[in-house]
Design a protein around this ligand. Structure first.
Ligand code: ZN
Length: 430
C-alpha cells in the first residue's frame, strides 16, 4: 500500500474551456459516479464495506482523484490524507468556498453516507465549468480521510487535522494489530510528520457546505426532497455505576435485596423518559455490564452508559441535571449506590444562519421547500465548524436506513440535492 499514486498526481489541470455538456445525462452522472465507487469494496465483508485504512479505500480514492481531475480540479493529497481538489477563482484574495464529505464507510455500510456529498460537490464544479464559468471565489472539493470510527477509536481523522485538532497523542494511538495511527496515515499516502501542515490556515476558508443523506425518516415522512440542517447534535455520555450486594438467588428473600441489575433497569427506563420529553432529543442506554453476571447470583454491580443527543444546548444541559437526579434517587430506593461520571459532553454544532439561508434560497430556486432540522449523526462539518461557518443539506434516506447495506437514496433525490448544492455554490462563489 502507499505506492499506488493516483493517476494525475502532480498534473495540474489548467483548462478553463467548458467541458462538453452531457445533455440530459448530466443528472445521472452523480448517481453513476456513486455506483462506480460502490464497486470498490472489501472482499469478504458484508454490504458495501470500504473502511478507512483498507487497501480498497486507498484504491477507491484513485477514482475520486480521477473524477476531481476530469472535472477540472487541481488535485492534491494533504499530509492527513485528505484529497483536495481546487478550482482557482478569479479573485485570489477572497477566501475559498469549501465543499466536502467522506468516502469511507462503516463495516457493512452502504453506498450513500458520505460519497453522496463528495460526488455532488464534484458535479457542482463540473456544472460551473460546463456553463463556461470560472468562479470568482476559489472552490475546494474535499474528500476527508476516515470520517467513520476506526480501530484507533477516533472518527473524522482528516477533518480533525484540517481543523488543527489531530494531536500527537492521536497519532500515537494503536490499533488491534499494534500499528500506530501515524503509520496507518502514511500507508494512506499521508505524511504524519507534517500533519500540522494539513491545518487550514486561518482565513483561508470562507464557508463550508456539506451535502449528506439524512440517515433518518423525517424527510420521507414529510414527503420532502431536501432539508437544511440547523444544527448537528451535541452528544453527552455518562457512565453510571451501580453498587448493590451479591446474594444467593435462591436463599436471599425478595425483600431486602440490593439488586444492581434492577436498579440499572429502572435507571435505563428513566433515561428513555428523558429522551421522550419534548421531542428535542434522543436518549439511549446501549451498554450494560454486570458483575458477576451469573444466573444464580443477585447482581452486585452494574455499569451502564447513558448517551443523549440534541441540537439544542439548553435541552442537553437540562438533561444533564435530570440524569443526575435520576442517579441520586432511583438506585437508593433499591438499596443500591449510584455514581455518575461524565465520559464526554460535546455541545451541538450550530450551522451558520447566513449560509443556511443561502441553502434555503437555493433549494427554493429549484422548486423545493426544504425542511429545517437538526442532524442526529455527527459529520465532518462538526470539525470544520472550528475554522469557518458551516451549513448542510440533507437528501432523503429510504426508510431512514443507514450504516447498513440497504442504505438508499433515489437517483432523482440525489439530483435534487446536487442541483441545490450547485445553486448555492453559484450564489456564494461565482
Ligand atoms: Zn457520513
Amino acid at each position: 500500500m502507499g505506492q499506488g499514486r493516483p493517476p494525475g498526481t502532480g498534473v495540474v489541470v489548467r483548462n478553463w474551456y467548458p467541458l462538453p455538456v452531457a445533455g440530459s445525462e448530466a443528472g445521472g452522472r452523480v448517481f453513476a459516479d456513486l455506483m462506480r465507487l460502490a464497486e470498490m469494496v472489501e472482499a469478504g465483508q458484508p454490504g458495501w464495506t470500504r473502511r478507512v485504512f483498507s487497501p480498497e479505500y486507498l484504491r477507491s480514492r484513485e477514482l475520486i482523484w480521477e473524477l476531481m481531475g476530469s472535472a477540472g480540479l487541481e488535485v492534491r493529497r494533504d499530509p492527513a490524507g485528505n484529497l483536495i481538489g481546487t478550482l482557482p477563482g478569479t479573485a485570489p484574495d477572497q477566501a475559498a468556498l469549501i465543499l466536502g464529505s467522506h468516502t469511507d464507510t462503516v463495516a457493512g455500510g452502504g453506498r450513500f453516507d458520505g460519497p453522496c456529498g463528495v460526488m455532488a460537490a464534484i458535479e457542482a464544479v463540473r456544472r460551473i465549468r460546463e456553463r463556461g464559468g470560472r468562479p470568482r471565489r476559489t472552490i475546494w472539493v474535499v474528500d476527508f480521510l476516515g470520517e467513520e470510527p476506526n480501530d484507533f477509536g477516533i472518527s473524522c481523522v482528516g477533518s480533525r487535522a484540517a481543523a488543527g485538532h489531530l494531536s500527537p497523542e492521536h497519532l500515537r494511538l494503536v490499533d488491534g494489530g499494534g500499528r500506530t495511527l501515524a503509520e496507518a496515515l502514511a500507508q494512506m499516502g499521508g505524511d504524519p510528520d507534517r500533519i500540522a501542515e494539513a491545518r487550514w490556515p486561518k482565513g483561508a476558508a470562507s464557508a463550508y457546505l456539506e451535502l449528506h443523506v439524512e440517515q433518518g425518516t423525517r424527510l420521507e415522512e414529510a414527503g420532502r426532497g431536501l432539508a437544511v440542517v440547523t444544527a448537528i447534535a451535541g452528544i453527552h455520555r455518562a457512565e453510571i455505576r451501580l453498587e448493590g450486594r451479591a446474594d444467593h438467588a435462591g436463599t436471599a428473600p425478595m425483600a431486602g435485596r440490593s439488586d444492581a441489575l434492577l436498579a440499572a433497569a429502572e435507571v435505563s427506563l428513566e433515561v428513555e423518559q428523558l429522551g421522550l420529553r419534548g421531542g428535542l432529543g434522543v436518549a439511549t442506554v446501549g451498554r450494560l455490564e454486570l458483575v458477576p453476571n451469573s444466573p444464580n447470583v443477585v447482581a452486585e454491580r452494574a455499569t451502564l452508559i447513558a448517551e443523549y443527543r440534541s441540537g439544542d444546548p439548553s435541552w442537553l444541559s437540562a438533561t444533564d441535571e435530570l440524569l443526575q437526579e435520576v442517579v441520586s434517587q432511583v438506585p437508593s430506593r433499591r438499596g443500591v449506590r449510584g455514581q455518575l461520571s461524565w465520559l464526554s459532553r460535546e455541545d451541538p454544532t450550530l450551522c451558520a444562519e447566513e449560509l443556511s439561508s443561502v441553502l434555503l434560497a437555493s433549494a427554493r430556486e429549484i422548486g423545493e421547500e426544504p425542511l429545517q432540522l437538526a442532524s442526529w449523526a455527527g459529520h465532518d462539518a462538526v470539525q470544520v465548524a472550528a475554522i469557518c461557518p458551516v451549513a448542510m443539506l440533507f437528501v432523503p434516506s429510504r426508510g431512514g436506513r443507514s450504516h447498513c447495506p440497504e442504505e438508499w437514496t433515489d437517483p432523482q433525490q440525489v439530483e435534487v440535492g446536487t442541483r441545490a448544492l450547485a445553486a448555492a455554490v453559484t450564489r456564494l462563489a461565482v
